[in-house]
Design a protein around this ligand. Structure first.
Ligand SMILES: Cc1cc2nc3c(=O)[nH]c(=O)nc-3n(C[C@H](O)[C@H](O)[C@H](O)COP(=O)(O)O)c2cc1C
Length: 204
């Protein structure tokens, strides 16, 4: 099946409104980095954190789910199907799932909506809005590879938690910034989170 065509134009007025779903993959630092970067912009963030993510967060450092929540403009309970972001009539510019676990990927790829992250992601697909999935697993199983293709064909962008090195990172923050920058570029959010290839030499 061919991948769906381009995204619809952004549907909200500026500032943008972006849903951030956090599921239980490893790599909570990516979620913190995206939310921290977005908090320096005009974008309005709607955060929803799965039960799986709440288990992973304390295993990856000293930052808590409360620290994460403090970075968002609006926070939704993962079991609240009455939340604004559960409906296509609530206008958003799209959604990022970061990190995106194999389980959440599978649910989104198959249209299974058993929590607010998977329901909101389904809304993005049906409304032809942006959906970026920062998948995290190594190695990928065959079901995960098949689900990535299915999600891609349904209109999602698979954005692996796989930083580049051409900007010569010197810190973990530099590596995180590489993924955050590529993610925000899809939403047209202005940022300087990571250097761009040859951006300092427009004649190159
Ligand atoms: C410390 C820890 C690390 C994990 N890392 C990953 C991972 O990198 N990728 C993944 O797909 N699942 C990972 N898991 C398993 C998921 O958290 C688990 O499958 C969970 O059911 C996902 O649910 P959710 O997608 O609703 O958040 C990890 C779990 C723990 C406790």
């Amino acid at each position: 099946m061919a991948a769906l065509g381009g995204y619809h134009a952004a549907v909200t007025q500026h500032p943008q409104r972006i849903v951030v779903g956090v599921s239980g993959g490893s790599g909570m630092a990516y979620a913190f980095d995206l939310l921290e970067t977005l908090s320096t912009t005009d974008a309005e963030t709607h955060l929803v954190v799965t039960a799986g993510a709440k288990q992973v967060i304390p295993s990856e450092g000293s930052r808590t789910v409360h620290d994460m929540i403090a970075l968002a403009d609006v926070v939704h309970d993962d079991r609240d199907y009455g939340a604004s972001i559960a409906s296509g009539s609530f206008q958003t510019d799209g959604m990022v799932i970061v990190p995106c676990s194999a389980g959440t990927l599978a649910k989104v790829a198959q249209g299974f909506t058993d929590n607010l992250v998977s329901r909101s992601a389904h809304v993005m697909l049906k409304e032809r809005r942006k959906l970026l999935m920062v998948v995290r697993e190594a190695p990928y199983s065959r079901p995960m590879l098949a689900n990535m293709l299915a999600a891609n064909d349904a209109g999602a962008v698979i954005m692996p938690a796989s930083p580049g090195f051409y900007h010569r990172p010197e810190s973990v923050s530099d590596l995180l910034g590489s993924v955050t920058a590529r993610t925000l570029d899809h939403f047209g959010v202005a940022h300087d989170r990571s250097p761009r290839w040859k951006d300092d030499d427009p004649t190159a």
